[in-house]
Design a protein around this ligand. Sequence first.
Ligand SMILES: Nc1nc2c(ncn2[C@@H]2O[C@H](COP(=O)(O)OP(=O)(O)OP(=O)(O)O)[C@@H](O)[C@H]2O)c(=O)[nH]1
Ligand SMILES: [Mg+2]
Length: 330
Amino acid sequence: MPFRSGFVCILGRPNAGKSTLLNALVGEKLAIISPKPQTTRNRIQGVMNILRGKGKDGGQIVLIDTPGVHKPDSSLGRKMMVEVREGLEGCDVVLLMIDATQKLDPRDRFAMDLVKHSKAKAFLILNKIDLLREKSKLLPLIEEYRNLYDFAEVIPISALKRKGLDDLLESILAALPAGPAYFPEDEITDQPARFMAAEIVREQVLLNTSEEIPYATTVVVDTFEEGRRLTRIAATIYCERDGQKGILVGKGGRMLKKIGTAARLQIERMLQTKVFLELYVKTEPGWRDSRSFVEALDWRRQLEHRMLAQATGSGDPDNPDSADKTINGC
Ligand SMILES: Nc1nc2c(ncn2[C@@H]2O[C@H](COP(=O)(O)OP(=O)(O)OP(=O)(O)O)[C@@H](O)[C@H]2O)c(=O)[nH]1
Ligand SMILES: [Mg+2]
């Protein structure tokens, strides 16, 4: 039996449950999750190693979670869609994930078009079936999607309740070509811990704020000093207006403290060290429409800059001016 390997892109509308599926399959929290659409802003890679078992092939599945497919109206949205396209590039299988409790709507066409233009084998994944009282409601929905595209497989799952995941894995593995492991067994993601820390802070912002704030906010880690027992992290939460900054800080700094404490506990679990987390809030009007600001948020780009800065001895280019910030140690 051959060892199989390949790249599998998880694609779909915002809020379909793509990141929940990535985390459930890899068994680690690699992507942040929230009930608000457009949570994921960049592609996230997670590697699954499957042992050869009784009558089963072994293999390595490289999953790529992508931002929710939408019609962008800002530089941030356009960058998110570039991330979707890059996630799709060269994939062997694309999982079109839909929320099975929702009707097919015109916004689904964007994701369908991407599937149609991809050379990968396409599976239709109907998620959130735990919320369906009558499973028979799935049949007309499946029919509608099948009329749009001839999917290689149609698999109902609940990413949250981990239902149907064994069937999904089996079908993915069977669709992958024979090939080598692309990554060492212990390398489950290429995301640096520094970026994951920023995402964990952003997740707390998403969970603790409402209306425009989740969308108008981004987080940048300014310093990340990892020690054996203690990691010191300073991060800035950027928002677009002073009113948003006021809410993020909260009365007497209470909101920032809440966000910081919850994030710190998660980062401590991830790093297995104590963490000293300093959070700042800064207003950066219109950052979502600034191409250069949005590009600078890309951790792959940040990594290149830092390596270049180290090589030329010119310091850390990601450490922004700390004037006009609100500080809070958590
Ligand atoms: N009931 C139920 N809820 C789910 C399931 N999968 C995901 N969710 C919830 O759906 C919401 C969105 O989940 P995400 O995993 O963040 O969705 P996403 O597709 O990654 O969203 P974007 O990153 O915004 O594109 C969260 O509140 C999840 O808990 C599921 O199988 N059942
Ligand atoms: Mg997501």
